[in-house]
Structures are given as C-alpha cells and as structure tokens.
Design a protein around this ligand. Structure first.
Ligand code: PBG
Length: 327
C-alpha cells in the first residue's frame, strides 16, 4: 500500500459526500432565457439552433408560461425585424409601438412577476446590420449612436422592461443610459451591461436567426478583440463608474478566464452569455450521437458558474431547468 495522508478520492466516495463538498451549483434561478420574437403568428424554427424558433406574440407568451412552470424566472427578447422597417438610423428601435415595446407591455401585464430584460443595440433595426449608426465613410459613430441607444432604453423602460442590457459596446453608453433612464423616471430599472463583449464568430447562428449579420464589414471597431483580457478589466472599471448593476462577459465557454477575472475584480454580480454558437455546437454533436446532450449541456453551464458567473444567459435555460428538476 502506498503511504499517503492525502487521498482526495475519500471526498468522492459516495454521492452524498460528493454533494456535501460540492463547491458550485446550478439552478433555474441563475438562468435568463433568450427568446426570438417576430410580428407574425407563425413559429419559425431556426435551422442552426435546433429547439429554438422565432415566435409570434402568442407563441412567445405560451413559451414564457411553460418556461415559468419549469422554473425559469427571467427572459430576454430579441426581435426579428422585417426588412421594410430597417433604416439607416434604426429608428424602429425606439418606436413606442414597436414589437419589443408591445410585447413588453403584454408580458408585464399578464406576468408581472416575470423578469423581462431587453437588448439595447441598433442591429435588429439597422439597414447595415451594425449595432451603431454608420457614417458615409463606413465608420461607426459613437456619440450619435449613444443618443439613439438612450431613446431605445427609455422606450423599453416606458413599456415595462425590468432590466436594460446594452450589447452594443459603444463607449460611454452605460452612463448616458443611466442618466436618460433616471431623467425619465426609471431610477428603478436596472442596467445589465455587456461589459466584455467580444467580436466573436460564435454569434453566427444568432445572426442567421434574426437575419442581422452586418451587410459587409464586421464589428471589430467596437466589440473586443478575442486576444485581449486586460482590456475587459478596463471596460469593467468604466461600467462600474458609469453605474452598471450587473456586468456581463460574452461569449461564455471560450472566455471562462475573463469571467473569472471580472469575478475577482468586482463586487457587482457577473453574468455570462452562452451564445448561439456554443449552443449549436452541443446540439449538432448530440444530434450526431457524438455527445450526450444533457450531460454536456449541464457541464458547460456548471463550468460557467464555477468560473464565477452568478447569472447565465442560455438557450438551454428551459431544458436545463427541467433536467435539474429531474435529477
Ligand atoms: C446584438 C447581439 C448579438 C448577440 C446578442 N445581442 C449579436 C452580435 O453582436 O452580432 C449574440 C447572441 C448569440 O450569439 O447568442 N447586439
């Protein structure tokens, strides 16, 4: 027999002991469920995201109710916008009768207890498919965009949003949105900032889902370079100063080090977004019989929690809530 005092396996010898010493746990209270919505009663499945569909208003309500029954308490809305409503200035973003604004009013009326988050960025409404306003020479205009984002945020708050989440990565937008919300009487509305949002190829299926890919060019002058970590801490410092309530890292799985770095550097809650490409990879491999979907999905989520995320945006929210209730 080997002479050893330390045998870490003793703490793994029984399920009850493993449960006793478990450091991290996962529950539906951690999830935010992203929903793709459209102004059309159809349910349109998204080919690159099996299990996700673009939902019309009634179908979205039904999905929200089913998700609530499964334990999900928060959703975030992403609208598919018809080409006819996309403009250079993206003004549909702050139409008080726009799809998101109408759905917010309906959701908060029928389910006041549900937490509803909204995305702030112009890309679903922009003819160019950019999160910001585009100058004639192709530059993305920062300060002019921030003005539009403030109008978008206030119109969402007017319609009942609980959490405003700017995903656009313009400089100074968190502070400007905070001021705009407060001035409009929405001091209680939270800001969840996409603090470290990377210029990632993992967003591909999401852009298919909403037909929102940039029409030429990319998002690298505002979204972060995947090579950078310290820069995320600089963004964190600014978002804290500007009044963010929650800070987010996106994507999640390939950026666990960034989640950990933010966790260690801030007292604010940290969120992470398991994005469309992360979901699509697990789905595709599972559909081929190459991975055990349930085990891999839950492992990917617990890993995001272990890295330091309090909150996880995931397309698996509803399914994972069901799996967790079974286990
Ligand atoms: C748009 C936005 C994107 C995502 C969330 N909000 C796409 C992008 O920045 O191009 C990606 C989400 C995902 O891939 O699941 N501002």
């Amino acid at each position: 027999m080997l002479e050893m005092n330390d045998r870490p396996r003793r703490n793994r010898k029984h399920p009850a002991i493993r449960a006793m010493v478990r450091e991290t746990w996962l529950g539906p209270e951690h999830f935010v469920y992203p929903l793709f919505v459209q102004d059309d009663p159809r349910i349109d499945p998204i080919p690159s995201m099996p299990g996700c569909s673009r939902l019309g208003p009634d179908a979205m309500l039904a999905e929200v109710e089913a998700a609530w029954a499964d334990g999900v308490r928060a959703v975030v809305l992403f609208p598919a916008t018809p080409e006819s409503l996309k403009t250079d200035d993206g003004r549909e973003a702050y139409n008080p009768d726009g799809l998101v604004q109408r759905l917010l009013r309906r959701l908060k009326k029928e389910h006041p207890e549900l937490i509803v988050a909204t995305d702030v960025a112009l890309d679903p409404y922009s003819a160019a498919g950019q999160d910001g306003l585009v100058a004639p020479d192709g530059r993305i205009l920062n300060d002019e965009t921030v003005e539009a984002l403030c109008k978008q945020a206030v119109s969402q708050a007017d319609a009942g949003a609980d959490i405003i989440s700017p995903s656009d990565m313009m400089d100074g937008r968190v502070g400007a949105i905070r001021q705009a919300l407060d001035a409009a009487g929405h001091a209680e509305v939270s800001i969840l900032s996409y603090t470290a949002k990377y210029a990632s190829a993992f967003y591909g299926p999401f852009r298919d889902a909403l037909d929102s890919a940039p029409r030429g060019g990319d998002k690298k002058t505002y979204q972060m370079d995947p090579a950078n970590g310290r820069e995320a801490l600089r963004e964190l410092m600014l978002d804290e100063e500007e009044g963010a309530d929650i800070v987010m890292v996106k994507p999640a799985g390939a950026y666990l080090d960034i989640i950990r770095a933010l966790r260690e550097a801030t007292h604010l809650p940290v969120a992470a977004y398991q994005v469309s490409g992360e979901y699509a990879m697990i789905k595709a491999a599972s559909q081929n019989g190459w991975l055990d979907e349930r085990a891999v999905a839950l492992e990917s989520l617990i890993a995001i929690r272990r890295a330091g995320a309090d909150i996880i945006f995931t397309y698996y929210a509803r399914q994972a809530a069901r799996w967790l209730a079974e286990s």
